[in-house]
Design a protein around this ligand. Structure first.
Ligand code: NAD
Length: 329
């Protein structure tokens, strides 16, 4: 028995170290060495071990921290209200289990809002009396990087809102597919390394010390959240998106309010089939309980909101790598 525990401890430590290494490559260097699904499978295994052996969990576990590294060269920004990640599921069955559990715990839930999961990186924009005063990355969730000057070069980000409100708005900065292809072509011609995907290209472009470089990269944004919903007039997630639009933000118009699992599955099918036709990358669907006051009541873990979940699309090619073993199915 003691030997078995040592084996689990060894596997746990190896997984933790491997995932931390991949996180540095992904978040800090914008150069992942493995596909996202490989990362996700190993992360899932770490979660399984922690569920079976909660005594092994340490504070530095990737499950206890929002991934992200702060690059030197940028001022730090404290997120008084943390910027969180999202829990994820990888099948309609897992999704249905999540929704059923939430509905059982909160029978007052009436609606969910389905949104596309934009494949970019999270940003936060702070406005005082309607004027953009600070923009930052998610970083490790509580401390991000001040990238105000770079964000000001992005056309879809309003520098002045339509009303003089004081508000912190959150959303996704992404690189449109066309900009990504053009950028990588150019880099290849120049003999420079190419970006693995639009998400890494967006992250690399946003964290530039020279904002002229950011401006050339043609980034865009979709905003989908606020730090404190009391700053809004609306009471629902879909209303929040519309209010952000009225304030002058770009929002993704594909969201859909749904009331049952069949409609969630329809939404998933619809965008799984049309994903390639979109001008920006998506890596899944986000399903959010729609009532903002209830979102607050349901709350969060240290890492993710408990009122939302990301359904991740299956990878194009199923490639599995569990630490030392690699094979393609
Ligand atoms: P995530 O990307 O899985 O989900 C959370 C993020 O989704 C949010 O922070 C937000 O930025 C984004 N998002 C996009 N659209 C949204 C919407 N409509 N509503 C709310 N949020 C939305 O989580 P993460 O913590 O940013 O990253 C973890 C993921 O990154 C992993 O699951 C893996 O796929 C990838 N990753 C890959 C590697 C690698 O080596 N390949 C390493 C680290 C992480």
């Amino acid at each position: 028995m003691a030997e078995q525990n040592t084996d689990v401890q060894t596997e746990y430590n190896q997984l933790k170290n491997q995932i931390k290494q991949w996180s540095i490559e992904y978040y800090q260097n914008d150069k992942p060495s493995v596909e996202d699904n490989v990362y996700d499978q190993n992360y899932r295994r770490l979660q399984e071990i922690e569920e079976a052996h909660p005594e092994l969990i340490t504070e530095d576990s990737p499950t206890q921290n929002v991934g992200g590294q702060i690059l030197s060269g940028f001022n730090k920004v404290n997120h008084d209200i943390p910027m969180l990640s999202l829990g994820d599921v990888f099948s309609e069955e897992e999704l249905s289990d999540f929704i059923n559990r939430l509905n059982n715990n909160y029978p007052q839930i009436k609606q969910y809002n389905c949104e596309l999961k934009i494949d970019g990186l999270a940003i936060s924009l702070r406005y005082e009396d309607g004027i953009l005063v600070q923009g930052s990355t998610r970083g490790n969730g509580t401390i991000g990087e001040d990238i105000t000057t770079n964000l000001k070069t992005i056309e879809s980000i309003p520098q002045k809102l339509t009303r003089p409100v004081t508000i912190e708005v959150r959303g996704e900065c992404y690189m449109p597919k066309a900009s990504f292809v053009k950028l990588n072509d150019q880099r290849e011609k120049n003999g420079e390394s190419v970006f693995a995907n639009p998400r890494n290209a967006a992250a690399g472009s946003l964290r530039q010390l020279d904002s002229k470089v950011t401006a050339e990269r043609k980034l865009s944004t979709f905003m989908y959240n606020v730090a404190d919903y009391n700053d809004l007039e609306t009471t629902t997630q879909d209303g929040l998106l519309e209010e952000l639009k009225d304030l002058g933000f770009a929002i993704n118009p594909t969201y859909r309010v749904i009331e049952n699992m069949d409609d969630v599955n329809d939404y998933i099918q619809y965008y799984t089939q049309r994903r390639d036709e979109l001008s920006y990358g998506i890596d899944g669907i986000v399903i959010k309980e729609n009532d903002l006051a209830l979102q607050e009541e349901i709350g969060t873990t240290v890492k993710v909101p408990k009122w939302a979940i990301a359904y991740k699309f299956p990878p194009e090619e199923v490639k599995t790598k569990l630490i030392d073993i690699e094979w393609t199915v």
